[in-house]
Design a protein around this ligand. Structure first.
Ligand code: FPP
Length: 253
């Protein structure tokens, strides 16, 4: 258990806090800048980023957040220099390979979303092993977006809808938001409550465009390798102070 879990309950004179988030997503940005500030190669920042992910997953478990989704490698990251792409692909092995036993023990269910086509067989093996070994866990659902781009995910889901309509498994009038969502990589996961992006950037960068429909966006200046339990708690406190209306009217105080 953490020493202190103050998710912002001390709100003297302020509006009451909303509920804790069920699904927190994070765009883990700023590894390169963090490394540069230390005169180190960008890959040094990515390794430090793995440590930050480890800390954050542990903190999320302690804080009883049931769903955490992180952006590990995007379909656009292939445009980076070859050496960096190789290092980024390696991160999955570094994180999952080294932490899998602990994740299994800690009740973490690991899911990897994104395009499988184009990934090397050894990476696919790591993904399958992680998903299989944690399939019965339910304390914390950790989803790692890897070779992921939201537009690609949506296009693949559209293809599934088209195939199902063409083969008669789905009537055109049955193509609802729910039917569509059940064909996304995130089928079965709740939509995002909060989307955190580190490093001061204020973009979605093709991440969870469908699932973020009503997400509260929290942008923090912290570079990802410096992210920790306190930063997660602060992001959650910020979220809980928001007045979520989903297109309705302000909540009654
Ligand atoms: C963005 O920082 C970060 C990434 C492209 C990689 C994120 C990966 C991790 C934090 C490690 C965990 C990953 C997995 C797959 C388990 P950047 O390099 O764009 O930083 P910059 O904007 O400062 O250049």
């Amino acid at each position: 258990m953490p020493d202190t879990v103050d998710l912002g309950q001390s709100t003297m004179g302020q509006a009451p806090l909303g509920p804790a988030p069920r699904h927190v997503a994070i765009i883990m940005d700023g590894n390169g800048r963090w490394a540069k500030m230390r005169g180190k190669p960008r890959t040094f920042g990515h390794s430090a980023g793995v440590e930050a992910l480890r800390r954050t997953v542990e903190a999320a478990g302690d804080l009883e957040i049931p769903y955490v989704t992180v952006f590990g490698f995007s379909t656009e990251n292939w445009r980076r220099p070859k050496d960096e792409v190789a290092a980024l692909l390696e991160l999955l092995r570094v994180y999952v390979g080294r932490d899998l036993d602990r994740l299994v023990r800690d009740g973490v269910r690991v899911r990897i979303i994104g395009a499988r086509a184009g990934l090397a067989p050894d990476i696919l093996g790591i993904i399958e092993r992680a998903e299989m070994r944690t399939a019965h866990n339910a304390r914390l659902h950790l989803t790692i977006a890897f070779n992921y781009g939201a537009q690609d995910e949506i296009a693949r889901a559209v293809r599934r809808v088209a195939e199902d309509v063409a083969t008669g498994r789905l009537a055109p009038e049955a193509v609802t938001a729910e039917a569509f969502a059940s064909r996304l990589d995130t089928a079965g996961l709740p939509n995002l409550d909060v989307l955190v992006r580190t490093s001061g950037e204020r973009r979605l960068s093709n991440f969870m465009l469908w699932q973020a429909a009503y997400a509260e966006l929290v942008f923090v200046d912290t570079l990802w390798p410096d992210f920790d339990r306190g930063a997660l708690e602060a992001a959650i406190a910020d979220f809980r102070r928001r007045d979520r209306r989903y297109g309705g009217v302000a909540r009654v105080e």
